[in-house]
Design a protein around this ligand. Structure first.
Ligand SMILES: Cc1ncc(C[n+]2csc(CCOP(=O)(O)OP(=O)(O)O)c2C)c(N)n1
Length: 358
């Protein structure tokens, strides 16, 4: 069973009028600026790691349309259960760039005080739940949150992000099954970037698509061109609206490609042919959207360049501030565990203040 692929942006840069979500000019400009910011963050993140200034980074280059298109569809009150590659969604939820970058340094500019590995962000105010490293564990958590919202009569939606690899886990099954039976207000957003580290998607599943799996749970499955920011926005907005209206969950599969390595600890040249990567570079979601904006008279070449320069400058400025922050004090190790500190942690806190004990 093959589901149709939803596409808005055509090869020539025009938009299919039937599916065009009808965003106004300002919204289109915001989408473009956020995609450029995400690309600039990736360039810097990679360079910082290579220069030994941060320990680790996971990029989303090539996946900007899936990230920004879906994140832009979220509304006040919605919750996000992200994977480690969803910094773009976090930014759109209002997660400040300074917190994202501070978290990479893990010093006192990091609101999570260096206690998570880099790229494992969270921010209660932005309703972005802490990234869990074990693949797809965020999905049952997203379902639990959505079920709670349903029981309380809150008209919100909860979106859970994961990759093609995540669709092979028990957590995916448990989440989809529970969500289907209890009609929870969830959107399951799978960024199918064709690889789970080195494992290609053809070795991941024998199903016709990941979206096709939705049928087994009695929920709608949608396949969307993940390099088409307007199509991603459209299908995510529709799915979130269904969820908020009490009509139940949706599984979205966004077909995209991971241009970079899995993370800075990986070398994708060892398992991917260069021609494949080059072919996908030619399908760059940012260039595709830029062509559309140019056709609509909302962007020209100098402005495009300026948007990227501004994005790089914003990232550079924020890195300078975050990197200059002092380390987290050693006594922080034992803080925030109990409302009242027990004696043994009190004792350990004292030790952190004695250089000879360190
Ligand atoms: C339960 C579990 N098994 C293995 C890993 C190691 N691991 C980290 S990321 C990853 C690949 C996940 O691929 P996918 O879900 O497609 O997401 P992508 O990284 O492509 O965005 C694996 C196997 C893990 N973190 N958790």
């Amino acid at each position: 069973m093959e589901l149709p692929l939803r596409v808005v942006l055509r090869e020539d840069g025009s938009a299919d009028p039937e599916l065009d979500p009808g965003l106004d000019d300002e919204a289109l400009r915001i989408l473009f600026r956020k995609m450029a910011l995400l690309r600039a963050l990736d360039e810097k993140g990679l360079n910082l790691q290579r220069a030994g200034r941060i320990g680790f980074y996971i990029g989303a280059t090539g996946q900007e349309a899936a990230e920004i298109g879906s994140g832009f569809a979220l509304e006040e009150g919605d919750w996000v259960f992200p994977s480690y590659r969803d910094q773009g969604v976090a930014l759109l939820q209002g997660y400040p760039l300074s917190e994202l970058i501070g978290q990479l340094f893990g010093n006192s500019s990091d609101v999570t005080k260096g206690r998570q590995m880099p790229n494992h962000w969270c921010d209660r105010a932005a309703r972005v739940v802490s990234v869990s490293s074990p693949v797809a564990t965020q999905l049952p958590q997203a379902v639990g949150t959505a079920y709670a919202a349903k029981l309380r009569g809150e008209k919100i939606a909860v979106i859970g992000y994961f990759g093609d690899g995540g669709s092979s886990t028990g957590e995916f099954h448990a989440a989809m099954n529970f969500a289907g039976v209890f009609r929870t207000p969830n959107v399951f957003f799978c960024s199918n970037n064709r690889y789970a580290i080195s494992l290609p998607v053809a070795r991941q599943t024998a199903a016709a698509s990941i979206a096709a799996k939705a049928a087994a749970y009695g929920i709608p499955g949608v396949r969307v061109d993940g390099n088409d920011v307007l199509a991603v926005f459209r299908v995510t907005r529709d799915a979130l609206e269904r969820a908020r209206a009490g009509e139940g969950p949706t599984l979205i599969e966004a077909l995209t490609y991971r241009i970079g390595s899995h993370s800075t600890s990986d070398d994708a040249t060892r398992y991917r042919p260069a021609e494949e990567v080059e072919a996908w570079r030619g399908k760059d979601p940012i260039k595709r959207f830029a062509a559309h904006l140019k056709q609509r008279g909302l962007l020209d070449d100098p402005e495009e360049k300026a948007v990227f320069e501004e994005a790089r400058e914003e990232v550079r400025r924020t890195v300078a501030v975050c990197e200059a922050a002092p380390p987290v004090p050693p006594e922080s190790l034992v803080e925030d565990v109990y409302a009242e500190m027990p004696w043994h942690l009190e004792e350990q806190r004292e030790w952190t203040r004695m250089p000879e004990k360190r």
